[in-house]
Design a protein around this ligand. Structure first.
Ligand SMILES: [Zn+2]
Length: 479
């Protein structure tokens, strides 16, 4: 019966006009996949996930975590998706970032429902509607989603390749000999690397109640795996809970508010949720410590810098390491004429990725290009003009990143780092989410370089704290 149906469809293709042939190939694929009567699907799996942008060495694979469970529930009608995941430490010993070393299991619930997106798990849903486009693209990049999107939006078929525009971006699907979707690819964007490819491979198809679904899903982001899931259960047309919480519906468009704290004479600490950096006033210029976050964050911080240090140019921006959450805002400073100070290992990486196309999200540097100027650090570097002194030390032998710097101001007894210990809110110094390995590493770097520290003011966490809080966190002083 089945052979007969396909043979008839093949005949129709041969006789049809090109437009009809495309429609027919999509219809054949929809039939083969069981997509036509599929309004929703819930699937469960486990395997591995990986921390995008958090490699131990620039350009290396992403660090691996065990994905204890991966539960996706997709509605093609709403459209929307509820993704519930649990991850645990996967690198032994720890290698790279993404909150290693995880102390236990970490659960995340990400939801998109039409134009609304949010995260669950806290006391209240956390609105994040800026993520709606990317998450809806995930819905339409699912095996059945891409066929449905192509049928509904005049997708083009060329040989085995189906092309359709989803959420403003071209998505390509490859059909195998059985007319099942074996690969979906599209471009995404990141502030560090610009445009980069996402590819999702769907293999080892099986029948689940008349619907064909892959039992193995592997996604790569910019060439390295970010997800590798073995699917154990698939429920076609399962109900999907996508009611938008009231606080998400009513949430105003987020505004980037920058807090400004004075750490010492001529040293300011700028904070946005989960990201902090410094500006230091030298005699005739400004040194920014960490181009953390994104271009949007850098522009907001630069506005505040100009208020506290008027009429001086930003001559240097120090980068602790090349993890994308720490380097995403660097290019904005380059566009404004600042020299990048980073470990020598990072220079060729930044030069390579900053030369890549930025068609999806052009930034100020891509709109008015100029070559980035670097000053590199091997073991130690001192920036001083007699009025202010900043010392940079290579953080040797840490598991977080091979080319990581710690920033120290000897007169002010202040220290800044990118990752290692994030001061928790309040007086309790213990960071419960991670094991103390990174904090102990940090303490080793500080003591082995004989840094006389009074105050820690790092890139993440709740703000400036006494150095003793770090010593308490690793058990050197009782809590
Ligand atoms: Zn990092």
């Amino acid at each position: 019966m089945r052979m007969h149906r396909i043979a008839v469809a093949g005949l129709a293709v041969a006789l049809a006009t090109p437009g009809q042939a495309q429609t027919n190939r999509l219809a054949v694929a929809a039939e083969a996949m069981g997509a036509t009567s599929l309004n929703s699907v819930a699937y469960t799996g486990s395997g591995f996930m990986f921390g995008f942008g958090q490699a131990f060495e620039p350009g290396e694979r992403w660090p691996r975590f065990v994905q204890r469970s991966y539960n996706a529930a997709i509605s093609y009608q709403t459209p929307g998706m509820r993704l519930t995941t649990v991850r645990a430490q996967g690198e032994h010993p720890p290698r790279g970032g993404a909150q290693q070393a995880l102390a236990g299991e970490q659960r995340a619930v990400l939801v998109v429902s039409g134009k609304f997106a949010w995260q669950e798990g806290g006391a209240q849903a956390a609105p994040n509607s800026a993520a709606a486009g990317d998450r809806l693209r995930q819905v339409w990049a699912s095996p059945h989603g891409v066929i449905k999107a192509a049928m509904a939006n005049a997708g083009k078929v060329d040989g085995n390749t189906v092309t359709v525009t989803v959420e403003g971006r071209e998505v390509k699907a490859t059909l195998n000999a059985q007319n099942l979707v074996e690969k979906v690819s599209y471009l995404s964007t990141n502030d560090v690397v610009g445009d980069y490819p996402i590819e999702i491979a769907y293999t080892d198809y099986a029948d689940f109640g008349g619907v064909k679904f892959p039992r193995h899903i592997v996604q790569t982001d910019d060439g390295h795996p970010t997800l590798d899931i073995t699917v154990s259960d698939v429920k076609p047309n399962a109900p999907v809970a996508l009611d938008v919480p009231a606080n998400v519906q009513q949430a105003a468009a987020p505004q980037l508010r920058v807090t400004v704290d004075k750490l010492a004479d001529g040293v300011w600490y700028f904070g946005t949720p989960n990201a902090r950096n410094w500006a230091v006033e030298f005699g005739d210029h400004i040194v920014v410590v960490e181009g953390i976050g994104s271009e949007a964050r850098s522009l907001a911080v630069i506005d505040e810098i100009k208020k506290v240090i008027p009429n001086k140019p930003i001559r240097y921006v120090i980068n602790t390491h090349a993890h994308y959450d720490h380097a995403g805002g660097l290019r904005t400073y380059v566009a404004q004429g600042a020299i990048v100070v980073t470990h020598e290992t990072n220079k060729p990486f930044f030069e390579k990725v900053w030369a890549r196309p930025r068609t999806i999200a052009p930034d100020s540097l891509s709109k008015s290009p100029k070559p980035a100027v670097f000053e590199t650090v091997s073991d130690k570097k001192v920036l001083t003009d007699g009025t202010k002194t900043i010392e940079l030390y290579h953080m040797k032998g840490t598991s977080h990143n091979v080319a990581n710097l710690i920033v120290y101001m000897p007169k002010e007894q202040l220290v800044f780092w990118g990752d290692g210990y994030n001061p928790p809110e309040g007086d309790n110094p213990r960071d419960a989410a991670r094991t103390p390995e990174q904090s102990i590493d940090l303490y080793r770097i500080i003591t082995s370089n004989n840094l006389d520290v009074k105050t820690i003011a790092p890139a993440h966490g709740s703000g400036a704290k006494p150095f003793d809080n770090l010593r308490k966190a690793i058990g050197l002083i009782p809590l």
